[in-house]
Design a protein around this ligand. Structure first.
Ligand SMILES: [Zn+2]
Length: 142
């Protein structure tokens, strides 16, 4: 515990670059037990300090993910958390209606970006996804 997998670190570098977040100092910790994470009932969560541009991203061990509507997706979870940093200046503590809406937008953007990397218009993903319910999106990602 306390560090990221090799694959996770590589994905972090790749997406920091894609999203223009290279100047952030980000500590990634993955394969965590839910008890050791900064939020409950999430696949990933982030704590950040906006003024000094540092962050700690935590990602759950998929073994604890359980049987949920959308399957565990490490890369999408990571991109979701990185987008929180990208949008940090407009604020995203899941409190007000606006902030919940920002959170939902982040999730849709994360999925779109990861899909754009994995698939082309000619070869779309095999399954079509349902947009998540607001409550569920809060449940799945921090
Ligand atoms: Zn989120």
């Amino acid at each position: 515990m306390g560090k990221a997998s090799k694959e996770g670190t590589a994905l972090l570098r790749e997406w920091q670059k894609r999203l223009g977040l290279e100047h952030w100092r980000i500590k990634l910790v993955d394969n965590l037990r839910p008890d050791d994470m900064c939020m409950e009932n999430v696949a990933g969560c982030t704590e950040w300090s906006e003024s000094v541009e540092t962050a700690r991203i935590e990602i759950m061990d998929p073994a604890y993910y359980g049987d949920r509507i959308t399957p565990f997706d490490y890369e999408k979870t990571l991109v979701h958390e990185l987008l929180h940093l990208k949008l940090t200046l407009i604020g995203d503590q899941v409190e007000t209606l606006q902030e919940r809406y920002v959170h939902q937008l982040i999730d849709e953007l994360a999925r779109a970006l990861v899909d754009a990397k994995r698939y082309t218009v000619e070869t779309p993903p095999k399954t079509t996804r349902q947009p998540p319910q607001v409550a569920e999106s809060g449940f799945l990602d921090g």
